[in-house]
Design a protein around this ligand. Structure first.
Ligand SMILES: [Zn+2]
Length: 284
């Protein structure tokens, strides 16, 4: 499923590679189920389950094409989900975007649900799926994941070979990927977690990455996610960034929220909430 929003002269398309219902305890194991009680209106799935999407973002201005994150990919998926092919490549095709059209593939971080469509295994060879692209990984995430003895199979097969096949570039806080796209370090979920600022003709949009996995976190910024590598830093980063995005009324793309995951943080009755933006019809 795909939906497009415009920011100045730039088009951003949210593409849901997959979606899955989870027991809230999977994502937030340290949170007492009782603490969810005030948020019954935010439980989207059946049987008290919460819906988590896995979005990638295609960003285009007519001369440069960037893909942020590549989803779960052709084979793997979240625990407990049926084994089915992710939708990214089909949706790109539907948009008229060939794999060779992508100039840059950049990652918010190197977790398994963000790297799945990176590479193609052909005979004995490993090839970049996006044949003309440079693949941009934050330097701290590359240092962390490439030094680990054991990684999730998607990270091991789809991310770690990027260096060996010569398509990897690393970047740091403040790096301008293009004139309309800048990286901002938001560490904690992983050591080198990055968000991205899209800016064009006086408009802006913030690609949040994994600072939140569910709308409940708009208010409950202290709730630690199962995969927050450094919980204290993740909470501090989340508070700082969400406070700023609320104060500045910034348009946000929050990839794990419901499709298309475009919205804003706003204060309602003393509680910070996630307000989705209606940007028109979704395709696919
Ligand atoms: Zn994720």
């Amino acid at each position: 499923m795909r939906t497009t929003i415009r920011v100045g002269d730039v088009e951003i398309t949210a593409i849901a590679d997959k979606a899955h219902d989870f027991n809230p305890g999977f994502h937030f194991p340290s949170v007492d189920p009782e603490a969810w009680k005030p948020y019954s209106d935010l439980i989207e799935g059946p049987d008290g389950y919460v819906l988590v999407n896995f979005h990638c973002f295609l960003i285009r201005n007519g001369s440069q094409t960037v893909l942020i994150d590549t989803g779960w990919g052709p084979e793997l998926g979240p625990p407990g989900a049926p084994k089915e092919r992710g939708a990214l490549m089909g949706d790109l095709e539907g948009l008229g975007v060939e794999p060779g059209d992508i100039d840059i593939v950049a990652f918010t971080h190197l977790h398994a649900d963000h790297v799945g469509w990176n590479l193609v295994y052909e005979d004995e060879k490993i090839l970049p799926r996006f044949t003309s692209a440079r693949y941009l990984v934050s330097e701290p995430d590359w240092a962390f994941f490439s030094a680990r003895d054991e990684n999730h199979p998607n990270i091991a097969q789809q991310a770690i070979p990027l260096d060996d096949i010569g398509v990897l570039d690393t970047f740091n806080d403040g790096h301008p990927l293009t004139p309309f796209l800048t990286a901002e370090a938001t560490p904690g979920h992983t050591p080198g977690h990055m968000s991205f600022v899209v800016q064009s003709s006086g408009e802006r949009l913030y690609i949040l990455g994994d600072l939140i996995h569910h709308p409940v976190i708009a208010h409950e910024t202290d709730w630690v996610h199962k995969f927050d590598a450094d919980p204290e830093m993740a909470v501090a980063t989340r508070k700082k960034v969400l406070d700023r995005l609320e104060r500045e009324e910034t348009t946000v793309a929050a990839g794990h929220l419901q499709h298309p995951s475009f919205g804003r943080f706003a204060r309602v009755d003393g509680r910070r909430v996630w307000k989705p933006i209606d940007v028109g019809p979704s395709l696919g």
